[in-house]
Design a protein around this ligand. Structure first.
Ligand SMILES: Nc1nc2c(ncn2[C@@H]2O[C@H](COP(=O)(O)OP(=O)(O)OP(=O)(O)O)[C@@H](O)[C@H]2O)c(=O)[nH]1
Ligand SMILES: [Mg+2]
Length: 180
């Protein structure tokens, strides 16, 4: 794929999974955020929610950079997920382990991004495991295997830069391995 040293990576996942937080924490430029006051409090009680896109950049040096796009999590914006993923090299799928059925959330997004999962271009980050350790990383691995796929799964707290870097590095290694 032609990319001129710029690699598009998309953060997706359910409402409140931490897409906006992750991009804000890791971006080298002030992130572009399209959050408004959250009125959808049945889905999530947090103060704001994304209604457009998140955008940030990570400089890799030598003229290369990552362009990070975040999708809105609310189901009413599901039409945007695929649009935002066009021409992306990979998807970082964030899962909120405190949700009622986080495994179903993961499966929902693996279905949406089936083209990416089949190419192994998805990295999964499980959040809020400190208060909600179950399901564990092994459980997610097993669920992914049911799809005859092998995808990296990590427990992360996207408020920490090093955790978001871990997800990005896993994505880059996967992409490099594929190019070879
Ligand atoms: N305790 C805890 N909080 C977390 C963790 N990861 C993220 N958060 C918090 O969860 C919230 C996530 O909010 P956002 O970043 O707005 O989530 P989002 O995925 O962009 O949500 P939408 O745009 O509404 O879909 C923030 O308040 C984070 O600080 C975690 O591992 N543990
Ligand atoms: Mg958001």
């Amino acid at each position: 794929m032609e990319h001129n040293g710029a690699y598009k990576i998309v953060f997706s996942g359910s409402m409140g999974a931490g897409k906006t937080t992750a991009i804000g924490v890791v971006s080298d430029i002030p992130p572009i955020i399209t959050d408004v006051m959250n009125t959808d409090t049945t889905q999530h009680t947090k103060a704001t929610t994304t209604v457009g896109i998140d955008y940030g950049e990570v400089d890799l040096g030598q003229g290369e950079k990552l362009l990070l796009f975040g999708t809105p999590g609310q189901e009413r914006f599901d039409f945007m997920w695929e649009i935002l993923a066009r021409r992306a090299l990979g998807i970082i799928l964030l899962v909120d382990n405190s949700r009622p059925d986080p495994m179903a959330d993961m499966n929902r997004f693996l279905d949406v991004f089936a083209q990416f999962s089949e190419e192994g271009a998805i990295v999964i980050g499980i959040g809020r495991t400190e208060g909600h350790p179950k399901p564990g990383v092994e459980d997610y691995h097993r669920e992914v295997e049911k799809r005859k796929l092998v995808l990296p799964v990590f427990a992360v707290d996207v408020r920490r830069k090093k955790d978001v870097k871990l997800l990005l590095n896993a994505m880059l290694s996967t992409l490099e391995a594929r190019e070879r």
